[in-house]
Design a protein around this ligand. Structure first.
Ligand SMILES: [Zn+2]
Ligand SMILES: [Zn+2]
Length: 282
């Protein structure tokens, strides 16, 4: 089984960019915990010491730090019931192969994301010409090759349910990638966003390093369908989330979230869509 898990030297290579938040965790609610690896967040769903699910798998080379944080919170040798993926970009599956060598657990992703997880298709290269800052210039460093975890990954159920998380549903939020999903729990309106929107300006290196709080559309250098991305933000805003954990930036809640998400949905063209770039309509 082990040798059915494939990456490449590029998908498992350390990426030299980080933030002040790296290695820090935030308990957003008693059973929602956001943990930052360098510049991206993973999320643990489950109360301290309980069974839990891991959402996303962080940066390459971050498996040890994710495992330690999990063992601190859930006990030694704790392992998730499953790993859910919002999408399969390198910064969300970076430690996945190593985690799956450590734990024999199932992985779920949207069916449109599976080719990138079964070694069948690579993502488009980052758009280095898109409007933005220093991170856009660095983006050629970012791997876009697929990994192959065919033996562990299955598509999310078509009806929106998640067997390991009965209170949660997945919501298709394409645009950043075709098979991008977010996770929502009606009871407390908790939302795990992925990169459908984020709370720091991911193109700007200084903002990334300091994790400056700002509502933002999906990271520009890897977003390929802005029309779909806009619809996805409108959809998420219509859910009126009370708390949101995003793939990049700090978790947000209450009035800040309501006001800023409404503004982002309303002014998406101005705030999120770059003025120029490979995937921007003229
Ligand atoms: Zn992404
Ligand atoms: Zn990301």
């Amino acid at each position: 089984m082990e040798n059915e898990l494939h990456g490449s030297s590029s998908t498992e290579r350390f990426i030299p960019v980080t933030s002040v938040q790296s290695g820090e965790g935030i308990e957003v609610t008693p059973d929602l915990y956001s943990y930052t690896t360098q510049i991206v967040n993973v999320c643990f769903i489950g109360g301290r010491g309980d069974e839990f699910v891991l959402v996303d798998a962080g940066m390459p080379k971050s498996a040890q730090s994710i495992i330690s944080e999990i063992e601190n919170r859930f006990g030694s040798n704790a392992r998730p019931k499953a790993i859910l993926l919002t999408h399969a970009h390198f910064d969300h599956v970076g430690a996945l192969l190593e985690l799956l060598r450590h734990w024999d657990v199932p992985v779920y992703a949207h069916k449109a994301e599976l080719p990138y997880l079964q070694g069948e298709k690579d993502y488009e290269r980052p758009d280095q010409t898109v409007e933005g800052g220093m991170v856009v210039k660095m983006s050629p460093l970012f791997p876009t090759e697929s990994i192959n975890i065919s033996s562990r990954v299955s598509p999310l159920h078509d009806d929106g349910s998640i067997p390991e998380l009965p209170e949660w549903e997945w919501i298709h939020t394409p645009g950043h990638t075709e098979g991008h999903v977010s996770f929502f729990r009606k009871r407390d309106r908790a939302l795990i966003v992925g990169d459908a929107f984020i709370t720091t300006k991911q193109e700007n290196l200084f903002d990334v390093i300091t994790q400056k709080l700002e509502i933002s559309g999906p990271p520009r250098y890897l977003t390929t369908d802005w029309k779909a991305a806009k619809k996805s933000v409108e959809h998420l805003a219509s859910l009126h989330p009370e708390v949101a954990i995003t793939g990049h930036g700090k978790p947000v809640e209450g009035k800040w979230l309501a006001e800023h998400l409404a503004v982002l949905a309303r002014d998406f063209d101005r705030i999120a869509i770059p003025d120029y770039g490979k995937y921007v309509d003229e």
